[in-house]
Design a protein around this ligand. Structure first.
Ligand code: NAP
Ligand code: GCO
Length: 265
């Protein structure tokens, strides 16, 4: 049956940094599809808000606090999940940070911090979860990349470096783990309306106009737009999709760009 392709009943999913924004939307969609969902964050208040959001949806969630950049905390966190919920069969490496600083003004520590969360942490969490997937000959890993896996822009050098690296880490993981029936893919959101982009979207910020004109769909994406792509990559429907970065961007990467009005013929 077609619906069975997207049925996640019996699966355990971990969404890192999933207490709000894109991660929360993904966590809720995976729970609606039947998965036992675990959400991690580093902020107690946001973990509490996540539990409340799930309760409003009539869904269950297991929340836990650990820093994805800490191997010890990741190991303890995964052990707790394995004990309380079950072995992780769907991992969404969603946790991420961004620092918008011109290169010459950026401290090297800022650069390293972004790479630690956005690039090294997906390796740390995947290394902890994959042995079980290999043993069971089944698993799904979804790395949260970005359109910045393809493009740079001023002030986001650390973020673009990390997300570009995460695209190739996704492909390297694929080369090592696909033979164990583990599908490793990425999602590359375009500009999505979340807390992370609020500073460049709200209060009449000029970047909002740029996004609206550069995005052929003519709108900011919503977290749910990304969550539906995650459901596909988490489900049996994508069992022969490997090393692919699925861009959910309203067409912005397809668009060289135009001056507003000239092409609207
Ligand atoms: P976000 O605020 O960037 O969400 C990131 C989440 O990661 C937050 O919940 C944050 O927790 C958590 N986090 C940060 N550092 C962590 C750590 N060391 N350990 C555990 N969790 C940590 O909002 P978002 O826009 O939903 O972004 C989600 C993902 O999509 C990120 O990877 C982002 O780079 C990516 N993305 C976003 C867009 C967009 O336009 N919004 C586009 C492309 C890609 P706290 O809030 O408690 O710090
Ligand atoms: C920015 C934005 C982007 C988004 C996203 C775009 O400052 O340009 O924050 O980096 O977060 O990655 O896909």
């Amino acid at each position: 049956m077609m619906k069975d392709l997207f049925d996640l009943t019996g699966k355990v999913a971990l969404v890192t940094g999933g207490t709000h924004g894109i991660g929360l939307a993904i966590a809720i969609v995976l729970a609606r599809a039947g998965a036992g969902v675990c959400v991690n964050d580093i902020n107690d208040d946001k973990l509490k808000a996540c539990r409340e959001a799930f309760a409003r949806e009539g869904l269950n969630v297991f929340t836990l606090k650990f820093d994805v950049t800490s191997q010890d905390e990741v190991d303890s966190g995964i052990l707790l999940i394995e004990r309380e919920v079950g072995a992780v069969s769907i991992l969404v490496n969603n946790a991420g940070i961004i620092k918008r600083i011109p290169i010459l003004e950026m401290e090297v520590g800022d650069y390293r911090q972004v790479l630690d969360v956005d690039l090294v942490a997906p390796l740390i969490v995947s290394k902890r979860v994959v042995p079980g997937m290999i043993e069971r000959r089944e698993g799904k890993i979804i790395n949260m990349c970005s359109m910045m896996s393809e493009y740079g822009r001023n002030t986001v050098s650390a973020y673009a470096s990390a997300k570009g690296g995460l695209k190739l880490l996704t492909r390297a993981m694929t080369c090592e783990w696909a033979k164990y029936n583990i599908q490793v893919n990425g999602i590359g959101p375009g500009y999505i309306a979340t807390a992370q982009t609020a500073p460049i979207r709200e209060n009449g910020h000029p970047f909002n106009d740029l996004v609206m004109t550069r995005t052929p769909a003519g709108r900011w994406g919503e977290p749910e737009d990304v969550a539906h792509a995650a459901l596909f990559l988490a489900s049996k429907a994508s069992n022969f999709v490997n090393g692919h970065i699925l861009y959910v961007d309203g067409g912005i990467l397809a668009n060289f760009g135009y001056v507003k009005g000239e092409n609207d013929l």
